[in-house]
Design a protein around this ligand. Structure first.
Ligand code: GAL
Length: 637
């Protein structure tokens, strides 16, 4: 188990290094991450590599038996590189070249950049190939984050056209798939296909999804280049990782592809950042952690766990005393098995002056340091628990193609895919169930219940597999719009296979904008509301769970259930409120024989190896079942 800090010794005078490392050791750390962003230090002049600075750092770390996670420095390149090769820099959607100064401004498809990356990563890993204190290599930093998933340069334009040529082989097939007959947009050649930059109205929805595929491939190919070099050079016991960021559903970047190539998935856990006035809700943080675990369906690492307020130009919420370590404990409870805090000390210069570290610019011991020390001590005393495997009985599935299709056409002003996933996740979380957040293609048989929120794009093949799964006793809960489109992001002509499976006919639908809700009543008379979206369902061979109350649509159902073989399928035809979703979740859990209880709001409970890990996310004391939890307290029972 690696516990430690992100340490950037190069930010500080060299004579501070010994004292820093002594303090890192004294806080209970056994590992530091170094190297990220230090390309200029390693190659100050083109082709002249110099790793002597990090040789010294590593020697000193070894003297203290501190292990190393080494980051390849490719997220920021030296100024000489873009001066000499300006074509490496990415262009934004307006066709403007990014200025040197930020980070991750390179184009993933630039041949020159890829060559330079290959050279530095090869030289670096060659230099350290016998260094046993390096336990892991992290490639780059948060690929695709901060808008770096997009680039609209000429190289990417050509690359996109070639990608389409490879995918469709002939332009006629592409024309037919896209339906370019509409608005007379048929192409004679792939070289006529535009970049999806600004146009009036919107681009073709199939083209937009293909663009996202292409962007995703660009990032994943770039990552693979580094992974392949490291695989050749390093020892097998050294883990290749990458630090994934939150907000992944909002990027043209399928992280599953990368996860398959990594040894361990690592995550940067920032429950609050920038100008946010309050942190993400506990269940939202939990869902992202469960997504990270789901990428490899294995335990993961957190290589950046916030310890203090963060922000570049605007700063937001300050984690309350004990709250940042509570989030670290939550990550551990949900499958993290090594954790590093970002960062040892906040920097007085540069763009991240307001990203707090454990220590601040006064360099004094403080409450954050105490929090980190007790966190490390508590984790070490429960180490065995955190090595154990986690397997949920409930799965909430997502799909990147589906996500990209929704991004092209959100259909409701209020639509947000992450909120839709959370809509299905939250009720099971509130019943203290461990939920696996997995990609659509995962093994269904591993679960008793499978939820598919807003799964608009779905193949016939997957619908058939879901049907078999239900026949054999599985329970599936579909969200609205499910099965509407094929994998090319076109509406199916004729029958929607999901509606057929659910025994329903969606007669019409309505997009509910921001702050619009409609009322539904259940069979037992409870009143609930739908937001974002609603569908007018005719339950042909299904039981209705609720119906609308407004004059024109009260004959229609809003949600249904159908028994099929040994299992059942639910269809929730709108953005149902939390109470409605909880009722569905409770019924489903009872049907599966899964015991479920609710704890007081803000209390999270995860059971690992018979140990109940209780986390109080509230800023106040909570008592229940003869247990008392102070604000932000964690207890093992
Ligand atoms: C992370 C990033 C770090 C640093 C940190 C500041 O997203 O990986 O390099 O920028 O945010 O909070």
């Amino acid at each position: 188990m690696y516990l430690g800090v992100d340490y950037y010794p190069e930010h500080w005078p060299s004579d501070m290094m010994d004292e820093d490392m002594d303090r890192i050791k004294a806080m209970g750390a056994n590992t530091v991450r170094i190297g990220e962003f230090a390309w200029h230090l390693m190659e100050p002049v083109e082709g002249q590599y110099d790793f002597s600075y990090f040789d010294r750092v590593i020697e000193k770390l070894k003297e203290r038996e501190l292990k190393v996670i080494f980051g390849t420095p490719t997220a920021t390149f030296p100024a000489w590189l873009s001066k000499k090769y300006p074509e490496i820099v990415a262009k934004n959607i307006d066709g403007k070249v990014y200025a040197f100064g930020g980070r991750r401004i390179y184009c993933y498809n630039s041949e020159v950049y890829r060559d330079k990356v290959e050279a530095i990563v090869t030289a670096l890993s060659e230099h350290y190939k016998d260094e046993k204190s390096i336990v892991s290599w992290q490639i780059d930093n948060e690929l695709g984050h901060e808008g770096s998933d997009q680039c609209y340069c000429e190289t990417c334009h050509k690359g996109f056209q070639n990608f389409l040529k490879e995918k469709y082989e002939t332009v006629d097939v592409m024309n037919r798939t896209y339906g370019t007959i509409f608005w007379g947009q048929s192409y004679n050649d792939f070289d006529e296909v535009p970049l999806p930059t600004e146009t009036i109205t919107t681009h073709n929805p199939s083209l937009l999804v293909d663009w996202a595929h292409f962007r995703s491939k660009s990032i994943n190919d770039f990552a693979k280049l580094q992974i392949d070099i490291l695989r050749r050079q390093i020892r097998p016991e050294q883990k290749i990782i990458h630090n994934l960021f939150g907000g992944f559903f909002n990027r043209a970047y399928d992280q599953n592809v990368l996860a398959d190539r990594l040894d361990v998935v690592a995550y940067d856990n920032y429950p609050v950042w920038g100008g946010l006035e309050k942190p993400l809700s506990p269940e939202h943080i939990a869902m992202t952690l469960d997504y990270i675990r789901g990428l490899k369906n294995k335990n993961f690492w957190v290589v950046e766990e916030l310890m203090g307020a963060q922000g570049h130009t605007v700063i937001g919420y300050l984690p309350r005393p004990g709250q940042a370590s509570l989030w670290a404990h939550q990550a551990m409870a949900r499958g993290c098995e090594s954790l590093l805090f970002f960062r040892y000390r906040g920097m007085t210069h540069g763009a991240e002056q307001f990203c707090q570290g454990i220590l601040d610019s006064d360099n004094q011991d403080n409450d954050k340091l105490d929090e980190v020390k007790s966190f490390f001590a508590q984790i070490k005393s429960n180490e065995g628990v955190y090595k154990s495997e986690i397997k949920g009985e409930i799965a909430v599935l997502y799909d990147y193609i589906n996500r990209w299709a929704w991004a092209a056409q959100p259909q409701s002003e209020a639509f947000d895919i992450e909120k839709e996933i959370l809509r299905f996740y939250r009720p099971f979380y509130s019943y203290q169930q461990m939920v696996d957040v997995r990609k659509l293609e995962c093994d269904l048989e591993a679960y008793k219940v499978v939820c598919l929120p807003a799964m608009m794009v779905l193949s016939d093949e997957r619908v058939n597999q879901l049907e078999n799964y239900i026949q054999n006793g599985g329970i599936v809960i579909f969200g609205y719009r499910s099965g509407l489109k094929d994998l090319s992001n076109n509406i199916r002509f004729g029958c929607n296979p999901v509606q057929k499976l659910c025994g329903i006919k969606v007669k019409n639908y309505e997009s509910l904008g921001n702050d619009v809700t409609v009322q539904v009543v259940t069979q037992v008379g409870d009143g609930h509301s739908f937001n974002v979206w609603r569908e007018m369902i005719e339950p042909v061979e299904a039981e209705s769970l609720c119906h609308y109350t407004d004059a024109f649509y009260k004959q229609y159902s809003g949600a249904t259930r159908r028994t099929i073989g040994k299992g059942a399928v639910y269809y929730i035809g709108g953005g149902a409120d939390d109470a409605f979703m909880k009722t569905v979740a409770s019924d489903v859990l009872s049907e599966c024989g899964i015991q479920h209880t609710q704890l007081p709001e803000g209390i999270e409970c995860v059971v690992r190896e018979g140990v109940r890990i209780l986390l109080n996310h509230n800023a106040f004391k909570v008592s229940f079942d003869e247990i008392e939890l102070k604000p932000f307290e964690v207890k093992w029972i």
